[in-house]
Design a protein around this ligand. Structure first.
Ligand SMILES: Nc1ncnc2c1ncn2[C@@H]1O[C@H](COP(=O)(O)OP(=O)(O)O)[C@@H](O)[C@H]1O
Ligand SMILES: [Mg+2]
Length: 303
């Protein structure tokens, strides 16, 4: 339900939970609209990773990117998943004939030749992925600098792009293969979305080992800076327990903002939209805007 006017005939029931939620959303929306954020002093490069599928990686990469772009930041999204879900959600062509991040990784094509403008925001550009990317793992394997292909491509882009991005989000596939290694090597920060469910913490421990390995091998500066809890359902006790558990293990990295499980968030991609442009005043959209502002204000916390 979008229009608070619908509730007026209820009169005396103004304190009903739904009415309360609507007025709360209006207040939060006002806050995120008024919030001012500063540009980071250098480009923050986030790899959005979790070896599990379906935890909200793509949804988070896409919506945080749109939220920051709407706040005036220059944002680049690199779709590094052969499925191309981030490209879809950002309204970007990515059928098999389209030049994609595959061409950068395997054939050294500069990102400036591959970027497409997203209809989501004038400050947002995207390097799409196509199914071609599925063969990149194998094609990269014999190359000596195989871990550094994405890093080199991004460095060149930072030197040559018309407008330097403030934020880059790399959307990873659900595995710890060569593509994800490239993303970890290229990034300054790791952002891990965690679905509020029982085995959440177990996956995190594995991921932390991988991050430590990458730090030792190819990217000593890499910081696990941000953990975002997603698909939260306040009616489930287990969800609340998971939130507490993750917060107690990762107190500085875990964002205060938690993304609720909400149907609009899942519907938006089928309209080739972020939830922010699909249903701006929904709890999901506002939560992603709040998370983006929190990330911008928090800066990097090395973990
Ligand atoms: N907050 C949310 N509420 C409801 N559905 C969500 C939410 N976040 C993600 N989803 C849905 O869950 C599924 C998995 O999310 P996705 O971002 O694609 O995960 P991943 O990239 O980690 O595989 C998708 O269908 C997505 O639309
Ligand atoms: Mg994904």
């Amino acid at each position: 339900m979008k229009q608070s006017d619908d509730l007026l005939p209820l009169g005396g029931f103004q304190d009903a939970p739904l009415a309360q939620e609507l007025s709360e959303n209006t207040r939060r929306l006002q806050n995120v609209r008024n919030a001012l954020i500063e540009r980071p002093s250098s480009t923050r490069i986030f790899t959005v990773a979790n070896q599990k599928g379906g935890v909200g990686k793509t949804t988070s990469a896409v919506n945080l990117a749109v939220a920051l772009a709407e706040k005036g930041m220059n944002v680049l999204v690199i779709d590094l998943d052969p499925q191309g879900n981030a490209s879809t959600a950002l309204g970007i062509e990515h059928h098999i004939g389209v030049e994609s991040i595959y061409n950068a990784l395997v054939h050294n094509i500069p990102l400036t030749d591959l970027i497409q403008k997203s209809p989501e925001s004038e400050n947002l550009v995207v390097v799409p992925s196509t199914l071609m990317l599925a063969s990149a793992e194998m094609e990269l394997y014999p190359l000596q600098d195989k871990e550094y292909r994405l890093k080199n491509a991004i460095n060149l882009y930072l030197q040559t792009a018309e407008s330097t991005p403030d934020y880059i989000f790399i959307d990873c596939p659900p595995s710890l293969g060569q593509l994800t290694v490239n993303a970890f090597t290229a990034a300054t920060e790791v952002l891990i979305p965690i679905q509020c469910e029982y085995y959440a913490l177990e996956g995190l421990t594995q991921l932390k080992v991988t991050i430590d390995t990458i730090r030792n091998r190819s990217n000593p500066e890499l910081a696990l800076s941000t953990i975002l809890l997603t698909m939260y359902d306040s009616r489930t006790k287990l969800n609340m327990a998971v939130v507490e558990d993750v917060r107690s293990h990762f107190p500085t990295q875990t964002l205060q903002t938690v993304i609720p499980r909400q149907i609009g968030v899942a519907e938006a991609p089928s309209y080739s939209k972020s939830v922010i442009n699909y249903d701006r005043s929904s709890n999901g959209a506002i939560s992603y805007m709040e998370a983006a502002i929190e990330i911008a204000r928090k800066g990097i916390n090395h973990g």
